[in-house]
Design a protein around this ligand. Structure first.
Ligand code: SF4
Length: 264
């Protein structure tokens, strides 16, 4: 089965162990207001006009974001970095968007990687049906799971999705058999307080296979993407957290006994 992908990036060192190739799938059921990849939201490819300099003139040229590819196409691209996987203990990471929006494509891709001895990581918001979540996670070697907020109302308000769905998948039996890295976006005005960190720590303490927490500080480098797509960027003007705030969050989780990394 073919699937919609909007980017394949080699030499990623922030999306799982070693040097990885990150495959970005299109489609996401959430709309987190800080999202760094708004071009992933719609499943189908989108046409945008991009301003480019030609000589001393600036003109707008059409560009398509996303394309339909087969699992074999993905493998062919991923294999270009194989030598780096072997030396670094890396592999491929499926991210997005939300990869679980395309579960059949994901399963075929992951199985194909396994047939070629390539380590697989799934980077997910956890916002998916239990069936899709369980079936894809079962095939995957490592799961990067986002935890955005421990309060149901705040979660719904800032992401558009139900926390209950996320927590049900976080605590499901299939995931309990896989190594997990939980990724927490640090978003000013949303989840950066000790009260929130403590509630998250309580949730995470129940995970028996949690390897590490990755703190991912919000940044506003994506503003140009929103402008190109004609989307409203609700975080405009809100500065990224400074190093002191990020270090304080990391210390907070370390003091609970977790292994913490900043930036993945
Ligand atoms: S889950 Fe990820 S890709 Fe989807 S809207 Fe949120 S931050 Fe963006």
């Amino acid at each position: 089965m073919n699937g919609y992908v909007f980017d394949i990036r080699h030499f990623s060192v922030h999306d799982g162990p070693g040097i990885r190739t990150a495959v970005f799938l299109k489609g996401c059921p959430l709309r987190c207001i800080w999202c760094h990849n708004p071009e992933s939201h719609d499943m189908l490819p989108v046409r945008i006009n991009v301003e480019k300099g030609i000589g001393d003139k600036r003109i707008k040229l059409p560009e398509t974001i996303g394309k339909l590819v087969s699992p074999g196409d993905v493998l062919e691209e991923v294999l270009k970095s194989r030598v780096f996987f072997e030396e670094s203990g890396g592999g491929v990471t499926f991210t997005g968007g939300e990869p679980l929006m395309q579960p059949s494509f994901m399963i075929e891709c992951i199985r194909l990687m396994k047939e070629n001895d390539i380590h697989t990581t799934l980077d997910t918001s956890g916002y998916a049906s239990p069936e899709d979540f369980g079936t894809v996670v079962k095939e995957t070697d490592l799961v990067l799971f986002d935890l955005k907020h421990p309060d149901a109302e705040r979660h719904l308000e800032f992401t558009g999705g139900s926390l209950e769905t996320v927590l049900r998948n976080l605590h499901c039996d299939t995931l309990s058999e896989k190594p997990i890295i939980v990724r927490i976006p640090l978003v000013p005005g949303f989840n950066m307080s000790n009260t929130v960190y403590k509630q998250m720590a309580v949730i995470l303490a129940k995970l028996k296979n949690l390897r590490r927490i990755d703190l991912l500080p919000y940044h506003n480098f994506s503003l140009h993407k929103y402008l190109r797509l004609g989307l409203d960027f609700k975080m405009e003007g809100i500065p990224a957290p400074d190093n002191k705030e990020v270090a304080a969050a990391a210390d907070f989780f370390r003091n609970f006994g977790f292994i913490v990394s900043v930036g993945g």
